[in-house]
Design a protein around this ligand. Structure first.
Ligand SMILES: [Zn+2]
Length: 319
């Protein structure tokens, strides 16, 4: 029986899945990510786990069509080379596909985790039935993936879809991890929400969050909850986050004209209070033919999006 294997490698856990060639998920599980010793055992642990746990689901090595891997860092897609992943203590360029193939004897394909999540949501989640979708993942940072005509866009150097680094804060108030200022990530991630809360707090102390802001413990979750309670500062921050996301979506719309913008990640748990404001800001600033019939929706697959997308890559490129 032919099988496709998939793993979405994160800083804490690796999500694992065994799929049929038709991309039905037969079994999923997680293993801890061992980042010690420069992350030197991560790929070996994944391979071992596929053999022991995945093996229960009826495949031998000869039956495996390929393994799809999602990794938390920039990837040279054509060569399967990861350009470092800080969360995994992989500090150098690493030929992931070649290393995994050498370990397992199974062909492997590798992509960035935000990309595989976008592909998963496109074919199996919130984007199902449509070939053109863009996913924006609002977490500790802001990730993105662009699916056009059912294929992920990688670009010349693999940096396509890095939506978190679109310049949207033209005042460039906050420093980004990429070395630049004003990126979407500095105003729309969990960190970005804190940046804005601290910044606007200076305009007036009328907020339920005074204590947390003063003592430095304020979190994105607290800001969202304050907004849901009608807090002035909380509402202002959520509205600004939404406005910056809307600017990014407006630009993306004029480039790839997606059917769906799929919003995922921890910050997206804010739900309608956020997406309603994104809608409110998005349409007035976007080229009308580029937003006609475009919808802003929430992600549906949660933590499974990555393994679905990684399996889909195997189907698209190795089958
Ligand atoms: Zn940046």
């Amino acid at each position: 029986m032919d099988r496709i294997l998939a793993s979405d490698i994160g800083g804490t856990t690796c999500k694992m899945g065994v799929f049929t060639p038709e991309l039905e998920l037969l079994h999923k599980w997680e293993i801890p990510t061992d980042t010690s010793d420069g992350g030197s055992r991560i790929l070996e642990n994944i391979h071992q786990s596929f053999q022991s746990e995945g093996g229960k689901f009826g495949y031998s090595r000869e039956d495996v069509i390929g393994t799809g891997l999602g990794v938390p860092g920039p990837v040279d897609f054509n060569n399967g080379i990861l350009n470092g992943a800080i969360n995994l203590n992989w500090t150098h360029r690493k030929p992931i596909a070649a290393e995994f193939e050498a370990l397992s004897g199974i062909r492997a394909i590798v992509d960035n985790d935000a990309n595989v999540a976008a592909l998963g949501e496109q074919f199996k989640g919130a984007g199902m039935g449509h070939k053109d979708v863009v996913m924006v993942t609002l977490g500790t940072g802001v990730g993105g993936g662009v699916v056009s005509n059912s294929l992920l866009i990688h670009g010349h150097g693999g940096a396509a879809g890095e939506i978190g680094h679109l310049l949207v804060d033209y005042e460039q108030r906050f420093q980004c991890n990429c070395g630049k200022k004003g990126c979407l990530e500095t105003v729309a991630s969990a960190t970005g929400m804190k940046n804005l809360a601290l910044h606007y707090y200076g305009d007036g102390k009328d907020t339920l969050l005074s204590q947390e802001i003063e003592n430095g413990t304020v979190s994105a979750k607290m800001i969202v909850e304050a907004a849901q309670d009608g807090d002035v500062l909380g509402l202002r921050v959520v509205d600004e986050v939404a406005r910056y996301i809307a600017i990014a979506l407006s630009h993306i719309s004029a480039v790839t004209n997606p059917k769906y913008f799929i919003i995922g990640g921890g910050v997206s748990r804010a739900g309608r209070i956020l997406t309603d404001r994104i809608e409110h800001h998005y349409r007035p600033i976007t080229f009308p033919p580029a937003y006609e019939n475009t919808e802003i929706v929430m992600a549906e697959l949660g933590n499974d999006a990555g393994i679905y997308g990684a399996a889909r890559l195997v189907r698209q490129y190795l089958a």
